[in-house]
Design a protein around this ligand. Sequence first.
Ligand code: GLY
Length: 339
Amino acid sequence: MRSIHLDIAGQRCRIFPDASIDALREFCVPGNAVIISDKNVWHHHGHKFLPYRTIEIEPGEEHKTLKTISGIYGQLCAMEIDRSTTIVGVGGGIVCDIAGFAASTYLRGLPFGFVPTTLLAQVDASVGGKNGVNLEGYKNLIGTFAQPGFVLCDLSFLRTLPYDELKNGIAEAVKSALISDRALFEYIEDNCKAIISLDRNVLERIINGCLTIKTDIVSRDEKESGERRKLNLGHTIGHAIEKAGGYRHGEAVSIGIVAAAKMSEMRGALSNEDVLRIEALLASFGLPTRLKSDREAVMDAVGKDKKRQGTAVRFVFLDGIGNAVIETMEIAELEEVLF
Ligand code: GLY
């Protein structure tokens, strides 16, 4: 199995871009591990969890709350687990966030790992060590920085997901390529059909590329005080679009990426040809590139962004395809590209 390592504070996270959930036994003893997964994953893959104790949670962003965490704590307490128990989150980004947060806080921190089951979680959300839940409608307002010990990307899980779910992951993969790997961007351009048909070799190359980018950045800036902010390309606007409603995460990020590309062009850092190329790539996967929902609600949500600094935000611009720069800009400037 090809692997990537993320070493932080003397601890190693081992990441496998193309593994099988069967390999889980190499990372934890079934009798001393607890799988946390949601009902959707359970429905298709529950039989794979048989040797493990399990906790089932409700699917969906609306359940990424302290109430769900409290329910998990209660079940871990009833199981009488101790600090030698490994928690394994098997699911998409929401399950990874919830399982990682519960594991990193229960008994002041248990060992944990992930089997990400969506492309979004495989290219991005399962790696990086940020584990959070929402509060009062604000995303990830409560959370921890704690690295999983292992991440096993099992591509067979992708076969039971709708195409809309795949699109969420594609938007994040394009984002990763845009911020630091022009060759990966071109590879995605050249392999659209193979990605949509879930070609294993192509997906493995893309997951490996995205996670190499992410681990490189996170190893230099775990706590997001500088370079790690580049991973937010398209997300300042994307999160606001998602919050305003009507778009899934990947769709909102896709519109956010194109807006960031246009703003980069306005600053003279990106050519119009590259903006059109980015737009065309996202559109070729059926991702939206223009905002059709309530722009006032989007601007209102940007104004309430928890990362805002007064009337300004730190914004990720592109300086060519494969290179990102972070600069502070006035929120009002965003209106020019969104309106
Ligand atoms: N767990 C996602 C991240 O750290 O970026």
